[in-house]
Write a protein that binds this ligand. Structure first.
Ligand SMILES: Cc1cc2nc3c(=O)[nH]c(=O)nc-3n(C[C@H](O)[C@H](O)[C@H](O)COP(=O)(O)OP(=O)(O)OC[C@H]3O[C@@H](n4cnc5c(N)ncnc54)[C@H](O)[C@@H]3O)c2cc1C
Length: 304
């Protein structure tokens, strides 16, 4: 496929209530064009989408970070695409004055893969009727979205003094840890425990990749299903495993990612045990969008 020439900078006109803050955000974080490379259902409710982001645009990221993707409401994209017989979003200026929506997604692929292929992948848990879910269900190779970022500080500090590293994620919240695979493999002088929580096996993602990390002596992966009892898997919420871990805040370090309720529950337990936020406890909460502040109403003025 011929990839469209991707332009490095976009000028935006804001009509939002927080124009000043957002303008600063966009200046600090350039906007990139991301071209859909492929899509794949990876569980009964999770869609993996890969994008090309041209490195000519200066894009780069650290394992554990996320992108904010901007896209028009699905109906606008579809009707415009069929009218022009072009891929949705391809003819960007036609979206002048349309409202774009913003949703955040963790990058599941590694920086090393991006260096090789120019692609980044995200895993989207599809919510019935959700704006982002509806849009991404219809995205196809060649379609374009805007990407802002990368954001987030859920990065493994390779110089860390801790002996045991616990990486806890629910659902698509395990994405940052898969992105960190190469770093994790190199932490052979520590012990790394990845604990992934899903509702059931049909909703689980990346089980093969997670279990293949078990081949490294210093890595253990544990899978918990909260709504299904199966041999060789834990039954219950991932926070139920904490009392079994003989926690030691001087030697242990926790990363938490995913469902905000899981994060609050685990964080409270760990803080009671003497852990301290941003010292030996790091989090990325997938706070639900779908409220007004997340639907940033601004329009594209023109492309530079
Ligand atoms: C930093 C960050 C990283 C994120 N990374 C990911 C990621 O890697 N993968 C991913 O799938 N999502 C991720 N999210 C969540 C994502 O940004 C969206 O909020 C989510 O996908 C729902 O968007 P939507 O537009 O489909 O639904 P919306 O239109 O936003 O919501 C529709 C309705 O569903 C409710 N709702 C929204 N999400 C959920 C949910 N999870 N469970 C139950 N009800 C819900 C809303 O309150 C609303 O009533 C992340 C969020 C943040 C803040």
């Amino acid at each position: 496929m011929n990839r469209p020439q991707i332009k490095p900078a976009i000028s935006w006109v804001f009509n939002s209530r927080n124009a000043e803050t957002q303008e600063k955000l966009l200046i600090d974080h350039p906007v990139y064009l991301a071209e859909c490379a492929s899509t794949k259902m990876i569980s009964n409710n999770t869609l993996e989408v890969s994008f090309y982001i041209s490195s000519d645009q200066g894009f780069d990221f650290n394992a554990g970070q996320y992108l904010a993707l901007y896209f028009p409401k699905a109906e606008a994209a579809i009707s415009q695409a069929s009218k022009n017989n072009t891929p949705a979003l391809y003819e960007l200026p036609c979206f002048d004055n349309s409202t774009l929506l913003r949703r955040s997604y963790s990058i599941v692929s590694s920086p090393q893969e991006f260096d090789k292929t120019g692609k980044v992948s995200i895993a989207i848990s599809l919510i019935d009727g959700g704006c982002g879910s509806t849009f991404f269900k219809t995205i196809k190779p060649g379609d374009l979205v805007f990407a802002l970022g990368p954001f987030g500080n859920l990065n493994l500090d390779l110089s860390i003094r801790f002996e045991r590293i616990f990486l806890l994620g629910t659902g698509t919240g395990i994405a940052p840890y898969l992105s960190m695979q190469e770093e994790i493999k190199g932490l052979w002088d520590k012990s790394v425990d990845i604990v992934a929580g899903f509702r059931s096996k049909t909703q689980a993602i990346y089980l093969d990749q997670l279990s293949s990390l078990n081949q490294y002596d210093h890595v253990t992966t544990e899978i918990c299903f909260s709504r299904e009892k199966l041999p060789t898997y834990h039954y219950g919420y991932i926070q139920h495993l904490l009392p079994l871990l003989m926690l030691n805040p001087k030697k242990d370090c926790f990363y938490l990612c995913g469902n905000p309720r899981m994060i609050d529950a685990v964080k409270n337990q760990l803080i009671n045990e003497g852990f301290c936020l941003n010292k030996n406890l790091f989090e990325e909460s997938y706070t639900f969008s779908g409220h007004l502040d997340d639907d940033y109403p601004f329009s594209i003025s023109h492309l530079l």
